[in-house]
Ligand binder design. Structure first.
Ligand SMILES: [Zn+2]
Length: 434
């Protein structure tokens, strides 16, 4: 059925040719075929004679549906028109001769008629009969092709492949082979080592730019042969393939179910946690608990206050002890420094310093120092050179100033003052400040 139409170079003297020539001349302005043929051109309209939408130019042709102008039965109809008088007719593929076509191509391409090649003519025919051929093919083979193709397409995608890699499948939770469709078969058809190319790939795979569904519109012979072979083989593979698919589907379902249960469990945990939190907040905010916390806060505040008072009392006690200790120390210092002692007076004379008392010290350290020195002197201990130097320094620093002495004199004081401190006290006393 998928016949190849080859245009005749020119009409001969066969029976049908002669009839056609005669009828073309009858329908032309010219009265002989050589001139008449110049008047006709193929329009490019074609019709496959087996569907219901009959075009007018077929319907209204002299010979009607299924006939060439020559009267011969045809499958493919080509429209031709006489450009001199507008007569429209129809010829079959047996009579769509080159001259009609060359004129059509010449008009399309603006090339001179004798420059047009056989390839261009064939291409013109191929383009126009392509869908007709496909239709014709489908009419004859469509149902069996569809049946076999639909029966094997899934198996084709599985079996007519080669494994090129493995990859982790999330939905199956395991490593799965990566299958690539075989695009070019190997081995001899039907032999033990025959590996056919994928049927789906060749027929209608979306990634295949040359898929036959888009090029010729119907499967070629090799594809049909492979389909028939694989269809037979698929009967034996059916059980195995179903098991393969079932295992995968079951596993997917199990995984989905497991995830669903895990999700439910998680949601339940979250729900319980939220509920527990709400309950905790509710209890926290119960009036009695609010009151309990308030009392506890109060108790803690009281405790802190008590502690603060205790600390403050201790601090005061410590300060008081320190004050008493300091006073005791001062009293002792004064007592020591006031005490009359022959040994002391003798020591002072010996070291060439005044007989000192507490008024000689200008600070606590000096007081302690003087007490210590006096005790040594009383016990007749020798002073170190360093102690002696310090002693002399203190004496000098605490001598009454010239100014003080003059002031005392001015105030009419005639006594003796040993130190700055004594002078200052005396001045105050005389001025009546106390
Ligand atoms: Zn004919």
């Amino acid at each position: 059925m998928a016949e190849t139409i080859v245009a005749k170079r020119q009409l001969g003297n066969g029976r049908w040719d002669r009839v056609l020539k005669r009828r073309m001349v009858e329908l032309s302005v010219a009265d002989n075929y050589d001139d008449a043929k110049e008047e006709w051109i193929a329009t490019g309209e074609v019709w496959w004679g087996q569907d219901d939408n009959v075009p007018d130019w077929v319907e209204n042709s002299q010979m009607g549906i299924g006939k060439c102008l020559c009267g011969h039965s045809v499958v493919y109809h080509f429209e031709i028109v006489n450009t001199e008088n507008g007569v429209v007719e129809c010829v079959g593929s047996d009579h769509i001769n080159t001259y009609l076509i060359m004129r059509a191509i010449a008009e399309d391409t603006q090339l001179p008629v004798d420059a047009i090649t056989d390839e261009q003519i064939q291409e013109w025919i191929n383009v126009r009969v392509k869908s007709m051929k496909a239709k014709a093919w489908w009419k004859e083979n469509g149902p069996s092709f569809e049946m076999m193709f639909n029966a094997v397409k899934e198996m084709d995608l599985h079996y007519n492949t080669r494994i090129v890699d493995t990859i982790w499948s999330a939905e199956l939770e395991r490593n799965e082979p990566v299958r690539k469709l075989i695009k070019r078969g190997s081995g001899n058809f039907g032999s033990e080592f025959y590996r056919m190319a994928s049927i789906v790939w060749r027929w209608n795979h979306p990634d295949n730019p040359k898929a036959q569904i888009n090029t010729t519109g119907y499967p070629n012979d090799n594809l049909m042969k492979d389909l028939a072979l694989f269809y037979v083989k698929s009967q034996q593979l059916q059980k195995e393939f179903v098991e393969y698919q079932t295992e995968r589907e079951n596993r997917k379902d199990e995984i989905i179910e497991r995830k669903r249960l895990a999700r439910l469990a998680r949601e339940e945990r979250e729900r319980l946690a939220a509920e527990a939190e709400r309950e905790r907040v509710r209890i926290y905010n119960l009036p009695e608990n609010v009151e309990k916390r308030r009392l506890e806060q109060e108790r803690l505040a009281q405790q802190r206050e008590q502690q603060r008072l205790i600390n403050e009392r201790r601090r005061q006690e410590r300060l008081e002890r320190e004050r008493i200790a300091l006073e005791e120390k001062k009293a002792r210092a004064n007592r020591v420094l006031l005490e009359q002692s022959k040994e002391f007076e003798y020591g002072c004379a010996n070291y060439g310093i005044p007989v000192f008392d507490a008024s000689f010290a200008s600070n606590e350290w000096e007081t302690d120092f003087l007490v210590d020195i006096k005790e040594r002197m009383v016990k007749k201990k020798t002073l170190s050179p360093r102690q002696r130097r310090t002693l002399v320094d203190i004496m000098k620093r605490n001598m009454p100033t010239e100014k003080q002495l003059q002031y005392l004199k001015d105030l009419g004081y005639e006594g003796v003052v040993k130190t700055k401190k004594e002078a200052s006290e005396k001045i105050s006393e005389l001025k009546g400040d106390e």
